[in-house]
Design a protein around this ligand. Structure first.
Ligand SMILES: Cc1ncc(COP(=O)(O)O)c(C=O)c1O
Length: 474
């Protein structure tokens, strides 16, 4: 008797760009247009074999084959953006190429002006600062709590935001990063309440929180907590391809979507990759599907398993929710006694073939992704147990570089003015006492060490170990 293969039939969720690409793929035309690789024939065969013929056949832009256009959104792209807005609980969603970076640039360029003040957390991603350099708005820094024992930034207090709003009557918006890279969650509802009191829009860079609206065990998305605009890097944890992100405008926001769209039109490529746009459509549809829901539940269950196993270890510790802040369970920040974060990362990679999301001075960040299997975590736990039992004590003294900038800036000149001032490049040893001419913010996490116009002090030097020279103002 034939073995019956049990196959689960999942309800199909609509994915208009994916459908349009399928139609284009099955109805090939004689191609006399870009991209000039012409369905993959005009490239290196090695590359074509590596990525697959099909991938190159659907590598097209928005000018052909009834696939719609990105700006303004038309056809299947418009439909896909509308479906995404519904799924994320937004009034309007824009698909982004060049990541959340371009979303942050467009927010700054579309909604702020030269000389306006923007309250922004110091540990924001450098794309926000690039945006402010473009627009000429000045950051008013809100300094988050510091989790000193973990060597990372913590949550942002609503009271710190209110203090700045009360002291400055010309703030054009509040721009908060939530969660942090390591998964620390701020009380956005309270921050939104403060912003409403002062009638100032709230923008939340939720680059690392795009899964939140798809499972109630995860923190609540800022779109439901009073933010006006939220940016999501779907490619980070949502399952889309690298560089693809979304920008959402909240249901009851009075912010002009047209202002954001105009800026996006100027900043975006004029040859958007349908492959990337299709991957955004697919990621949203997957998260809404029964299959995606299961994957997300599994990711949460895997995170719980990993966390409970770490709790049994003697020398390995994990960051947990604390009084004042919550955490995203799927982002597991751990540290090991006797090892720096970089050293722990190295051991996992060299001895066990494990690559983690990132490492900083104290610890490493492990992401529990929707694509991971339970066996991945069983292996990780086995390796962590070995490290736990080995009681490493060696390496701290070898570290001469610091990785997580947590300094309070000394600002001597406005960001944009400094960026466009005359500069010179000098040896790092001569830099103390000079004003930085460049954005120094290594990725990950893309948090700034120095910005144009900030005083360089001795405290910066350990973060600049890889720099021989530095650009300073003349
Ligand atoms: C908080 C935050 N915002 C924005 C970005 C930029 O995102 P993308 O890589 O999608 O351009 C990053 C990237 O690491 C980030 O960590």
């Amino acid at each position: 008797m034939l073995n019956k293969i049990k196959r689960k039939i999942y309800t199909k969720v609509k994915a208009p760009i994916v459908d349009a690409l399928k139609t284009a793929y099955h109805n090939p035309t004689y191609q006399f247009h870009i991209p000039g690789h012409t369905k993959g024939l005009g490239t290196l065969p090695d590359f074509r074999n590596l990525v697959g013929k099909k991938a190159l056949m659907v590598d097209t832009t928005d000018e052909f084959d009834n696939l719609g256009t990105l700006t303004p959104a038309t056809g299947p792209i418009k439909e896909a953006e509308e479906l995404a807005a519904q799924a994320f609980g937004a009034k309007k969603t824009f698909f982004l190429l060049n990541g959340s970076t371009v979303g942050n640039l467009a927010i700054a360029m579309g909604l702020t002006r030269k000389g306006q003040k923007v309250i922004v957390n110091r540990n924001c991603h450098r794309s926000i600062l690039t945006g402010l350099i473009i627009s000429g708005a000045d950051p008013l820094w809100v300094i988050p709590n510091k989790l000193e024992n973990w060597g990372i930034w913590g949550n942002i207090d609503a009271a710190s935001v209110e203090e700045l709003l009360a002291a400055n009557d010309d703030v054009s918006m509040v721009w908060i990063t939530n969660p942090t890279y390591e998964g620390v969650v701020s009380d956005i509802a309270s921050i939104a309440k403060v912003c409403k009191k002062y009638n100032v829009p709230l923008i939340v860079d939720e680059a690392h929180g795009c899964l939140w609206n798809f499972n109630e065990k995860l923190p609540t998305t800022s779109l439901k907590l009073g933010a006006d605009i939220v940016v999501h890097s779907l490619h980070k944890t949502g399952g889309s391809m690298s560089q693809s992100s979304m920008l959402h405008i909240a249901e009851d926001s009075t912010i002009s979507a047209e202002d954001v769209e105009r800026a996006l039109m100027l900043l975006h490529t004029t040859s958007p990759s349908l492959m990337l746009l299709g991957s955004l459509d697919a990621a949203r549809a997957n998260l809404q599907s029964e299959r995606g829901q299961k994957q997300l539940s599994r990711a949460i269950a895997n995170a719980k398993y990993l966390r409970s196993e770490i709790d049994k270890m003697e020398t390995i510790h994990q960051l947990k929710a604390d009084f004042g802040f919550k955490t995203d369970i799927t982002k597991v920040f751990i540290k090991a006694d006797g090892l720096s974060g970089k050293r722990l990362e190295y051991i996992l990679e060299a001895d066990f073939g494990i690559e983690v999301e990132s490492a900083s001075d104290e610890g490493i960040l492990i992401l529990c992704n929707i694509g991971n299997k339970r066996s991945d975590f069983e292996y990780l736990v086995k390796c962590l147990k070995k490290i736990d039992e080995s009681k490493y004590q060696d390496i701290y003294y070898l570290e001469n570089k610091k990785h997580m900038p947590m300094l309070t800036p000394i600002i001597k000149k406005s960001l944009r003015d400094a960026y466009f001032s005359e500069k010179e490049i000098i040896p790092k040893e001569q830099a103390v006492g000079r004003l930085s001419g460049e954005v120094v913010a290594e990725c990950p996490p893309g948090i700034s060490i120095l910005l144009p116009g900030e005083l360089i002090t001795e405290a910066h030097l350990p973060y600049l170990a890889d720099y021989d020279v530095i650009e300073v103002l003349k």
